[in-house]
Design a protein. Structure first.
Length: 339
C-alpha cells in the first residue's frame, strides 16, 4: 500500500475560514490523503495563566499574551469545522481532526468521523482516552514527549472499550518546533512496530521535506506534515511548517522512495536482462590455441560479450584438448564444455 499522507493544517488557518479553505483546495491537488485540523475548546484545554511555549512566543515575535488568549484566536467553532469537512469532500480529500478535550470530542461524534487523531500532548489524558475508547473509531496517536511505558498505558486504555489494538496507529514524533535532525530518532519506528505489531508512522516537525522519505525507508506507513501557505505568515506554527510546493515535492519523493523498495527476491530485473550479454564476459583464447592443444589457465581468459561460455565454467575446460583452432580473443565454442 502507498504511504498515507496527512497534511496537518493545524492552526495555520490563523482563525480564518477563508485561509482554511484555500489550504484545503491547494492540498487536494498534491496527492495527500487527509487534511487535518485541530478541535479544541480553549476553556477546556488550558488555564488562564498558562504561558506560551518558547517556540510560540518566538514565532509570535514576543507578543505578550497567555496561551489561552492565543488559542482563542485559532479555535474553530463546531459550525466552521462542519463547513470545512463539507468543503474537503467537495475536493475529494478526507477530513481528519486532532482532539484535545472531551468537549471537542462531541464534534467528532456529530460529524460521524470514523478516524480521529490524538495529539502528543493528550497521550497521558486519561479521561479523554477513556472517552475515546467507548467510541467505534480508528485512532492515530502521536507519541511526542512520551516513553514506552506511557505509550503502552495509552494503548491499554484505548483498547479497554470498543477499539481493537489493530485499529490504533502510532506516529513517532518529536514535540519541538522545528525539530533538530539529531532529535528525530527514526529508529524508534522499528522499535514501535516490533513491540506493538500495529501500523506505525511519522509526524514530522522538521523544516525539511526530505526527512519523511527517510522515515518511509525505516518503515513508516503514515506521514504527517504541517503545511502552510507561507512560512512568513504571523502565527505559532508557520515557521515549523512547509509550503505547498515543498509539500508536493515531499509526496513525490516519498512515491519515488516506495518504488525503490521492490521485492525481497534478488533476481535480474527486466531492465538488467537486456544488459547481461553486454556487461558479462565469456571465455576466449588469450592467444592462439591449436586443435589438440590442452586448455589451461595461461591460454584462457574472460572478455566481453557474455554470449559464449560463462567464465564460471572455466574449470570444466582445464586439462581438456581443444577440438578447434582458435585465434586470439576468439570465443570458445560451447561444445568444448559438453562431453
Amino acid at each position: 500500500m502507498k504511504t498515507i499522507i496527512i497534511a496537518e493544517i493545524g492552526v495555520n488557518h490563523n482563525g480564518s475560514i477563508y485561509l482554511a479553505k484555500k489550504l484545503i483546495k491547494k492540498i487536494a491537488d498534491t496527492g495527500a490523503h487527509f487534511v487535518k485540523f485541530q478541535a479544541f475548546n480553549p476553556d477546556e484545554l488550558v488555564i488562564p495563566s498558562a504561558k506560551l511555549a518558547g517556540y510560540q512566543s518566538k514565532n509570535l515575535k514576543g507578543i505578550k499574551i497567555t496561551q489561552k488568549q492565543m488559542l482563542q484566536k485559532y479555535a474553530l467553532s463546531k459550525n466552521k469545522i462542519k463547513e470545512l469537512k463539507k468543503y474537503a469532500k467537495k475536493f475529494k480529500i478526507s477530513f481528519l481532526l486532532s482532539v484535545f478535550d472531551e468537549e471537542s470530542l462531541k464534534i467528532v461524534r456529530k460529524l460521524n468521523l470514523n478516524l480521529l487523531k490524538i495529539p502528543s500532548g493528550e497521550i497521558t489524558n486519561y479521561q479523554l482516552l477513556k472517552s475515546i475508547s467507548k467510541m467505534k473509531v480508528k485512532v492515530i496517536v502521536s507519541t511526542g514527549m512520551s516513553n514506552i511505558d506511557e505509550i503502552s498505558q495509552a494503548i491499554k486504555i484505548l483498547t479497554s472499550g470498543k477499539i481493537k489494538k489493530e485499529e490504533i496507529s502510532l506516529l513517532q514524533c518529536n514535540t519541538d518546533y522545528p525539530t533538530k535532525y539529531s532529535d528525530i530518532n527514526l529508529n524508534v519506528i522499528q522499535t514501535l512496530k516490533k513491540k506493538y505489531k500495529i501500523k506505525v508512522g511519522f509526524s514530522d516537525h522538521t523544516d525539511s521535506y526530505i526527512v519523511p522519505s527517510l522515515a518511509v525507508c525505516k518503515g513508516a506507513e503514515i506521514i504527517e506534515k504541517h503545511v502552510t501557505l507561507n512560512k512568513k505568515m504571523h502565527g505559532p506554527d508557520h515557521k515549523a511548517s512547509i509550503e505547498i510546493n515543498d509539500f508536493k515535492k515531499m509526496i513525490n519523493l516519498i512515491r519515488v522512495t516506495e518504488k525503490t523498495f521492490g521485492s525481497k527476491i534478488k533476481q535480474p530485473t527486466r531492465g538488467e536482462k537486456k544488459n547481461i550479454k553486454v556487461a558479462r564476459k565469456s571465455i576466449v583464447a588469450k592467444f592462439r590455441i591449436l586443435k589438440g592443444e590442452y586448455f589451461n589457465f595461461q591460454n584462457l581468459t574472460a572478455k566481453r560479450p557474455g554470449i559464449g561460455i560463462s567464465p564460471m565454467n572455466i574449470k570444466k575446460l582445464i586439462g581438456k584438448k581443444s577440438k578447434y583452432n582458435y585465434k586470439k580473443d576468439q570465443l570458445l565454442k560451447k561444445i568444448e564444455v559438453k562431453e
